[in-house]
Structures are given as C-alpha cells and as structure tokens.
Design a protein around this ligand. Structure first.
Ligand SMILES: Nc1ncnc2c1ncn2[C@@H]1O[C@H](COP(=O)(O)OP(=O)(O)O)[C@@H](O)[C@H]1O
Ligand SMILES: O=P(O)(O)OC[C@H]1O[C@](O)(COP(=O)(O)O)[C@@H](O)[C@@H]1O
Length: 314
C-alpha cells in the first residue's frame, strides 16, 4: 500500500482562455474543477490503476468540504483531518497553444496541534504501507523540516519515503535520507543553484541531491522526459504526446507510475513516463486510467550529456 500525505491540498480550477491579455476582461471558453494537491493526485492516479493507496488529507472551510466531496465521488481511500483554515484554490489559465499559467495560493497556516493530529493520522495509517509519499508545498508557518522528521521516523521503521517538494522543505528532507525525490527542472536548479540547460547538468544536479542524502532521484524535465539517477546508473527516457491538453498533475502521475511499478530500474521509469504522458493528454489534472496509458510510446535512450533541454515548462 502507498500512503500519501498532502499538507497543502487544493481545489484546482482550470480556465481555458483564447489569449491572456493583462488588464482586460477575458471571457473564458471553458472551465473545470478537479481535486488537487500533489499527494492527492498520486493517490488518485494509483486508484485509477487499481493500486492500493490511502491519502491523508487535511481540509477546512467550504472549499475543503468540496474537495473531500470530489475525492469521495472518485472513491478515494482517505484519512481526512478537519483543520481550522480554509483549503486553498489553485487556478490554471490554459491557452490554445498549450501555454499554461498557474496561480497557486499559499494555503492557510496549520497550528502545532493540527500538525500533531495529522502526523498521528499518518503514523497510524502507515502500519500497512510500503511507501509514504510526502508531497507538495507547505502551508505558511509549517516548519520546513516537517517532511524530514517523517522521513527519519519511517526510514527507521523500514518504510520507504518519497518526497516531492521544493525550497527549504526539499533541502531539509534530503538530509533525512529519503529513498526517492522527484524534482522537476526548476526544483533541481533551485535546490542546487545550478543552471539546468543541458542533460549533463540535470544529471550533475541529481547527483548533488544524492550526495545531499537522497538515495534515488527521478528528475522530470517537462517535454524532454525524465532521468532516473541511482547508485551507479543514469537512465533517461521520454514519451511523446499526440495532443497535449494539460501538464498540471503530470509530475504526480509520473511519481505514481514509478511507485506502482516497484520504484526501481527501467520498468519503473517506463511506467513513470507512460503515466506522465497520459496525464499530459488529459484535461485539467485528470489522472490517467489504464486505457489512457501507452507504454509502447516510451523511448529509453542512452543519456547524452550535451543534449540541450527545451524551454522550461510548468
Ligand atoms: N509537453 C509535454 N510532452 C510530453 N511529456 C510531458 C510534457 N510535459 C510534461 N511531460 C511529462 O510529464 C513529466 C512531468 O512533467 P514536469 O513538468 O517535468 O513535472 P511537474 O508536473 O512535476 O512540474 C515529464 O517528465 C514528462 O515525462
Ligand atoms: O503544493 P504546490 O507546489 O503548490 O502544488 C500544488 C499543485 O500541484 C498539483 O498537484 C499539480 O502538480 P504537478 O503538475 O507538479 O504534477 C496541483 O494539483 C496543485 O494545484
């Protein structure tokens, strides 16, 4: 079983606009609402593919109740923790050429007592977990070492921990020795202070994260695919998408596919790339079902350090 923790979940509103003209009234062509947050999406993708998962989800206010309603309607196995502050809403503005602009709210602070209750919920749900996934940004005032402390606790109990976050929370988590981290290109650059313009730099940055404590690094590189850097091996692959619809949630689908396939080696990388590409072909942050996933489209290639990486995509 894969347990996910999302300290800062969201309602994800995707609004399709014909163009983005600042300072004008923009009439949207369409809009959709999805449940969101990184760990929540990992659990949704696992559920869609019949892989056992449970999501720990703090929620508050009308938005929080709506979130839980949407997740219940999907049939997600959850441990919900009521908190005082309202759950945030994140907005994606999607243009016809595939450009997306994301506005992520900070979320509302969690008190020390609320954090303790959430930690207890994670600890009691983790008894049957093989993996704990700590994913997404931290709400305001949450100590940056919160994922690091979880990581220490679970690693000593023999439960693998995967971390997908950014900024100080990622740096603190590295020092606690997570089994896996899943940075995107921006997070790799931010965590290492390196510009990432070529594949060789992405691998070098991933090795720095390993030197800082992560055992394996699955670094997602937008349309350029992903690298898996582990002890003694660098693997690279990509997967084309016929008609990209939305990259929101692609990284979460990638992490879910990787864990579902056993979290190591080529097979897990193929699965990760196939699930991520499938998510890119779906609107909003819809998670792929088996019928959306095409493993035969994944190409694993020898890694070429001089390969230039395309423009950063969100
Ligand atoms: N435009 C795209 N075309 C094909 N695959 C994509 C595209 N954008 C993202 N992906 C796939 O989704 C994965 C995750 O996307 P990325 O933007 O790197 O991460 P995140 O969603 O976490 O920011 C990529 O590694 C890649 O496999
Ligand atoms: O916690 P953060 O970093 O603000 O990200 C939250 C957002 O990321 C998502 O989980 C999507 O993540 P990815 O595009 O990285 O897979 C959205 O559902 C959510 O709105």
């Amino acid at each position: 079983m894969i347990l996910t923790l999302t300290l800062n979940p969201s309602l994800d509103r995707t609004i399709e606009v014909s163009s983005l003209d600042r300072g004008t009234v923009i009439r949207a062509a369409a809009a959709r609402l999805d449940p969101g947050g990184k760990g929540v999406n990992v659990s949704r993708a696992l559920l869609a593919n019949d892989v056992a998962s449970c999501a720990v989800v703090p929620y508050g206010g009308d938005e929080g109740r709506r979130l839980i309603g949407l997740l219940s309607a999907e049939g997600l196995d959850m441990v919900t923790v009521p908190v005082r502050g309202a759950t945030r809403s994140n907005v994606t503005l999607a243009e016809p050429d595939g450009t997306i602009t994301k506005i992520n709210e900070p979320g509302t602070a969690l008190s020390a007592a609320e954090l303790d209750t959430i930690a207890e919920a994670v600890l009691s749900a983790a008894h049957s977990a093989d993996w704990v996934v700590a994913s997404g940004s931290l709400p305001p005032e949450v100590p940056p070492d919160v994922y690091a402390r979880l990581c220490e606790r679970f690693s000593s109990a023999g439960i693998h921990v995967a971390v997908d976050t950014s900024g100080p929370a990622l740096l603190a988590a590295l020092a606690a020795g997570p089994a896996l981290v899943k940075p995107n290109r921006e997070e790799l650059a931010e965590a290492t202070g390196m510009p990432i313009t070529r594949m060789g730099e992405a691998v070098e940055a991933a090795e720095k994260l390993r030197a800082a404590g992560a055992r394996a690094v699955l670094a997602s590189l937008g349309a350029d695919g992903a690298i898996l850097v582990t002890d003694g091996a660098v693997r690279y692959g990509e997967c084309g998408v016929d008609e990209p619809r939305s990259t929101v949630g692609a990284g979460d689908a990638m992490l879910a596919g990787f864990l579902a396939a056993g979290a190591s080696g080529e097979r897990a990388l193929v699965e990760a790339l196939a699930w991520a590409a499938a998510a890119v072909g779906l609107p909003g942050s819809r998670m792929p079902h088996p019928c959306d996933i095409h493993r035969d489209r994944v190409l694993l290639r020898p890694f070429d350090p001089s390969m230039p990486l395309g423009a950063t995509t969100l």
